[in-house]
Design a protein around this ligand. Sequence first.
Ligand SMILES: Nc1ncnc2c1ncn2[C@@H]1O[C@H](COP(=O)(O)OP(=O)(O)OP(=O)(O)O)[C@@H](O)[C@H]1O
Ligand SMILES: [Mg+2]
Length: 387
Amino acid sequence: MLGDDAVARQMIASTLVQPSPDRPLVAVLGGGQLGRMLAEAGIPLGLRFHFLDPSADATARALGELTIGALDDLAAAETAARGAEVITYEWEGVPAATAQALAAIAPVRPGPRALDVSQDRLAEKEMFGRLGVGVAAFAAVDERADLMRALDAVGLPSILKTRRGGYDGKGQRVLRGDGDVDAAWDALGGVPLVLEALVPFRRELSVLAARGLDGTTRCWPLVENTHADGILRVSRAPAPALTGGLQAGGEEIARRVLEHLAYVGVLAVELFEHDSALLANELAPRVHNSGHWTIEGSETSQFEQHLRAVLGWPLGSTAMRGFAGMANCIGALPEPDAVLALEGAHLHDYEKAPRPGRKVGHVTVTGPTEPDRDHRLAAVLEIAGGS
Ligand SMILES: Nc1ncnc2c1ncn2[C@@H]1O[C@H](COP(=O)(O)OP(=O)(O)OP(=O)(O)O)[C@@H](O)[C@H]1O
Ligand SMILES: [Mg+2]
């Protein structure tokens, strides 16, 4: 026989593991850390979650139901989506056929146009061009002969990328001299590619924005991002020295894309600041690593905002709470107590097995002033700089 306390504890545990079926269900395609943080934001709003992910270890499993299956496994996708109020995704690689099949069950937001464009770097650049948004010079490359023509048009240094499937700098080769061409072709040739001019940017920025079901849009302050080996390491928000109309320019880019795609949800556009102008690098039709700071640093986090948008709820304020910074933990997590001993530091452990180059967590710092933020971020980087 269980004592009264034990019964009460057991009931609390089962309530947490199995939230009431009356709560609106959000189906999320992908169960990585972005899905996990969506659920961390959505559970207090009264939502429950069902994830689809190929891995039984998907980190979002701790916060909702998990169906194990590939994203092109329609039966698995339909299981995850059954009973959902809305279907969303945390990975832009969702196959069009999956999105189409699920649209018969519940609205898929953001919609198929955002998926189509963001899955193909060429389509993405052409869209930016049509919207009057600057991009690096580029040319499509399908055959070896195209590469020589593209090099004539784009010049060196340049960067050869797979049109589909790249992330964290994977599927890319920088060409600095004629001697790099063969190796780049050997590594990447055989699938559709795009050659881009290497932009000697002053810095990388990103703009995060949301569009609600009623067409309302909200942007956060632009973020400054530092990458190493193609992986985001550090973000600062607001980006230092947002002078000369950079904020307005970034917001205008986001708005044009949101309107053009009739977008619903949170979107990020990665930008290069070059010669005091903004060039678009790529689009992420989802919550984004450079927006993780919003959990502590903004009135409404990107995760909560995305859920508000896709559910047709009012969007929240994107005002900052002071200044914020974020360091990714790459490969391994720092000692939690070392992080927590730092003023204004917040640790996020994704419960992922350590592995070189893998994002296993992040640390956000907030501070009342910009120097406070920078000082605190420097202290975090000393212990959580990553491998
Ligand atoms: N044309 C370019 N000029 C200069 N640097 C570039 C260019 N393209 C990419 N890079 C550098 O490589 C990084 C990764 O490139 P990109 O964003 O295209 O790839 P990705 O693999 O989709 O990355 P992620 O998924 O992490 O955003 C960029 O953030 C930038 O630092
Ligand atoms: Mg990128």
